[in-house]
Write a protein that binds this ligand. Structure first.
Ligand code: CMC
Length: 375
């Protein structure tokens, strides 16, 4: 008979990884041993991709090579393009994008090859294609065409260009680049665990990523950033309405989106950076409303419930200030997390064992079978 499970697998060590590490008590996050506080704002997303997928912070020559490979790989294949007119009728962008990611495999020459070199090539393609996919989807649903990416902008700057239709300021591109770095990997979060479970059956990278997209979508995971924005927009009275909203939600045993974390017992280090960025954008846009509401909300939630904001909380106002439509916030998370997901699939395939835990049986026992006509 199996033991009692840890509810939600809390505190269960489910995998060994050299990719990222969280110290939930101290509130620290590391990518391959580098502190996120050292990486954020100083390392580009492309460097971070090199770190996670290829194992090291790149030299200038290595970075140039990767940047060229990413530019070469970002074209969306004919099959995903063909699916696009159908999926723009999906209820949400994440549903559409989950299908589009799956369709990318049809035109990927390495689709069913899970060897080390093929996995490296697919990781580069998926990281490069994801922002293009979001932009192409957004253009299709709004009846236009996304502007072509330009050579002098990186993944972050080109994404803002393609989504907003205008070239971002250098600072906006830098800020969004930092956001992508902050979201790139995070140990055994639900979507990464999902990707590893799929990969561990020796299934292919696109299958693992498609499943991860499904896990990310939920509001307890990546869907929280969109839910935070919708919460802010729904509060009557702006800053003055925040306290009543928090108290009413908690009195009704509701969840406050963007707060709490399974692992962090203190401030999420990513929230520290996103709070600073939100304040900077509030000042530079002259639109301090959502930043002030966010600050008031974290104050009240901490006083009443002792919860800290997580990565999704200040990401909401940041993406809003950057001009990203609210329903694309979770797809933005996927644009970044694609680097972590693909690196985890590579790592799983390099040292694989089927992931197949046990379960505790809680149903009836010793049932007596009777023929259907006697039931
Ligand atoms: N609002 C209200 N109460 C909360 C919240 C919250 N956001 N988070 C935790 N709690 C309470 C919960 O009600 C429970 O209280 P009590 O012991 O009095 O019943 C206690 O804190 C433990 O909560 P839990 O839900 O058992 O904790 P968990 O580790 O299972 O859940 C969580 C972690 C992130 C799902 C949860 O904090 C939550 O639902 N947060 C809101 C959704 C969210 O922001 N998700 C993003 C997570 S971080 C980044 C990402 O993965 O995308």
């Amino acid at each position: 008979m199996a033991d009692k499970p840890a509810r939600g697998l809390a505190d269960v060590v489910a995998a060994s990884t050299a990719l990222s590490d969280v110290d939930g008590v101290a509130g620290r996050l590391y990518y391959r041993g580098y502190d996120i506080h050292d990486l954020a704002g100083r390392t580009s997303f492309e460097e971070c991709v090199h770190l996670l997928v290829r194992g090291t912070l790149p030299t200038t020559a290595e970075l140039d090579t990767l940047v060229a490979e990413l530019a070469e790989a970002r074209t969306i294949g004919a099959s995903a393009q063909a699916v696009l007119p159908h999926v723009i009728r999906s209820g949400t962008p994440m549903e559409a994008l989950r299908t589009l990611v799956s369709a990318l495999s049809v035109d990927d020459p390495d689709a069913s090859d899970s060897g080390a070199e093929a996995n490296q090539r697919k990781a580069v393609r998926l990281v490069a294609q994801m922002p293009m996919l979001v932009a192409t989807y957004h253009a299709a649903r709004t009846g236009g065409a996304a502007p072509d990416p330009v050579v002098d902008l990186g993944i972050a700057g080109n994404f803002l260009l393609q989504i907003t239709g205008s070239r971002p300021s250098p600072r906006a591109a830098e800020i969004f680049d930092e956001c992508l770095v902050l979201h790139a990997d995070h140990t055994m979060n639900a979507s990464t665990f999902t990707a590893r479970v799929v990969a561990a059956t020796l299934s292919d990278m696109h299958s693992a990523i498609t499943a991860a997209m499904g896990a990310l979508r939920g509001p307890l995971h990546g869907g929280a950033n969109e839910a935070v924005m919708k919460t802010m927009q729904s509060i009557d009275g702006g800053v003055d309405g925040v306290e009543a909203y928090v108290r009413q939600t908690l009195d009704a045993h509701g969840k406050l989106m963007g707060f709490g974390h399974r692992v962090y017992k203190t401030e999420d280090p990513r929230a520290t950076h996103l709070r600073r960025i939100s304040e900077e954008l509030a000042d530079s846009t002259g639109d301090r409303g959502y930043y002030k509401m966010s600050r008031r909300m974290e104050e009240v939630v901490f006083d009443v419930k002792g919860l800290y904001p997580n990565v999704d909380f200040f990401a909401a106002s940041v993406y809003h200030y950057l001009g990203i439509p609210t329903d694309l916030f979770t797809p933005v998370f996927a644009v970044s997390r694609m680097s972590g997901w693909t690196a985890h699939v590579i790592e799983q395939h390099l040292d694989n064992r089927l992931i197949r835990p046990d379960s505790e049986y809680i149903g009836e026992r010793d049932q007596k079978w009777v023929p259907i006509e006697e039931r």
